[in-house]
Design a protein around this ligand. Structure first.
Ligand code: 5AD
Ligand code: SF4
Length: 475
């Protein structure tokens, strides 16, 4: 399996890997040892196409040497490019889209008998979460709460490849988390393109019907019995998931600033399991650009939401996504982004150079394109601002004790262990004793770096208790 792109894609890959394992396959060390190669693609930014065709070019030789090798391409780029893939790379056996990951193994079987197959469907009949899963970590799991997106940000291809927003029934989500907790998972990350609009489609389904037990299953007891807000509140879902026995940490990504509600802030402040980390994509600090992006908020409104969150959650870590070089972005617009970033003091930011995506509104504004060199310079300046606030945030942790989940040995130094704090900061500390990944430990921070912390172990507070991997299949 090779995965490109976001957590949603990684989670889809876990499901595809789960299916392949159920089919009797096991993970190979490298492409050279593999009988089946699955590339799970992403198309959110440019170059994905080039990378994929480059990769497929490399695999051609392997396929010629071993005709039995099967190559499958799935994910967003497959959804977007469909027939083009087999045209450009006829040695690909299977092309499948974002809505039929559950068909991956069937399609591989079919291709073995009757030759190359492309199957892309426009809308999902079911959620990938209803499939078996093979997770990388045993202690942490992603739970998809909604797929697709009903927004229309001018730069974004997601709505056209992931489809309209569909929420999973409330009780199904809670049962999935209960099942996960039974296998020893202690950390849950709720995933969606716009988590705060969770449930909008569910309440529409209930219009004109009696609010019975069935409705409780769909939208949760709280919504049915409580005051009728437009949809079940994401904050209720946070609370229900956090209340599951054995769950110690709940995270979520991503809320849209325009839909980020006081109730969510209140739940984060009140419920100890919900980590005090907020990923709130800013995209730009210029009101002109935000409006051209159709983001539905101004920079001031964004700042107000951050202030409101910090008022209630004083020790809040904040991260974001920012795009530079959106069509029409002037030096002045970019200066606003720098100002807002400096004012908000992000602990971390994913920064992207704007890349035109076919079919999106912004891709039509060719005459307003920002030269690549200008974007690269802006990126560099933005990176410096983010690194400064990130280092400051890390420095403020020195001397404190932090709870970490141990992830294993540090990738760079086998003598060190790495753990994640509730803020999602990575801490490296000397591995002077064996600690199983997934265990909780208190670590004293001794040194701050721009992207991580150094610390020393105080004590292990909870040993990892996950059992052997059990595939989770929800009904
Ligand atoms: N160009 C650059 N960045 C993009 N993103 C989404 N679409 C584009 C694009 N066309 C970024 C946004 C989003 C993140 C997941 O990817 O910042 O929040
Ligand atoms: Fe794309 Fe905007 Fe939807 Fe996020 S909210 S997935 S950026 S359209």
């Amino acid at each position: 399996m090779r995965t490109y792109g976001c957590q949603m894609n990684e989670h889809d890959s876990e499901r595809i890997a789960g299916l392949l394992e159920t089919d009797g396959l096991e993970e190979a060390e490298s492409f050279d040892d593999a009988d089946v190669i699955v590339l799970n693609t992403c198309c959110i930014r440019e170059n994905a196409d080039n990378k994929l065709y480059g990769q497929l070019g490399n695999l051609k030789k392997l396929k010629e040497e071993r005709p039995d090798l099967q190559i499958a391409v799935g994910g967003c780029l497959a959804q977007k490019d469909r027939d083009v893939i087999q045209e450009r790379a006829p040695h690909v056996d299977v092309v499948f889209g974002t809505h039929n990951v559950g068909r991956a193994t069937d399609l591989l079987d079919q291709a073995r008998v009757s030759g190359p197959v492309t199957e892309i469907i426009e809308e999902s009949a079911s959620f990938p979460s209803a499939l078996p899963v093979k997770r990388d970590a045993n202690h942490a799991a992603w739970v998809t709460i909604q797929i697709g997106c009903d927004n229309s940000c001018a730069f974004c291809i997601v709505p056209s490849v992931r489809g309209k927003e569909i929420s999973r029934p409330y009780s199904e989500l809670v049962s999935e988390v209960e099942q996960l907790a039974l296998t020893g998972v202690t950390e849950i990350t709720l995933l969606g393109q716009n988590v705060n609009s969770y449930g909008r489609d569910l309440t529409l389904k209930l219009r004109g019907t009696e609010l019975t037990a069935e409705a409780c299953q769909l939208v949760g007891e709280n919504w049915v019995r409580g005051p009728h807000t437009a949809r079940p509140l994401f904050s209720d879902l946070l609370c229900s998931v956090a209340a599951v026995s054995g769950i110690r940490r709940v995270r979520y990504t991503s809320p849209h600033p325009k839909d980020f509600r006081p109730e969510t802030i209140a739940a984060m402040a009140r419920v100890p399991e919900v980590c005090e980390h907020l990923h709130l994509p800013l995209q730009s600090g210029s009101d002109k650009i935000l409006s051209a992006m159709h983001r539905g908020y101004t920079a001031d409104r964004y700042i107000q939401k951050v202030v409101a969150a910090r008022d209630e959650i004083p020790d809040l870590a904040l991260s974001t996504d920012i795009i530079v070089g959106f069509p029409g972005e002037t030096d002045l617009d970019f200066e606003r982004t720098l100002e807002v970033a400096a004012e908000v003091r992000f602990d971390n930011a994913y920064t992207f150079v704007y890349s035109p995506r076919p079919g999106t509104e912004a891709a039509e504004s060719l005459e307003q394109a920002v030269p690549a060199k200008t974007s690269a310079d802006r990126m560099e300046r933005l990176r410096k601002v983010i690194e400064r606030t990130s280092l400051k945030g890390n420095e403020s942790r020195v001397g404190r004790e932090e709870e970490v989940i141990v992830e294993g040995h540090s990738k760079r130094d086998n003598g060190m262990l790495s753990g994640r704090t509730r803020h999602n900061r990575l801490v490296h500390f000397p591995a002077d004793r064996v600690i199983r990944p997934g265990s909780y430990a208190q670590v004293r921070v001794t040194e701050a770096r721009t992207f991580n912390l150094i610390g020393e172990l105080v004590e292990v507070t909870a040993k990892a208790k996950h059992r052997t991997r059990i595939p989770v299949v929800s009904s």
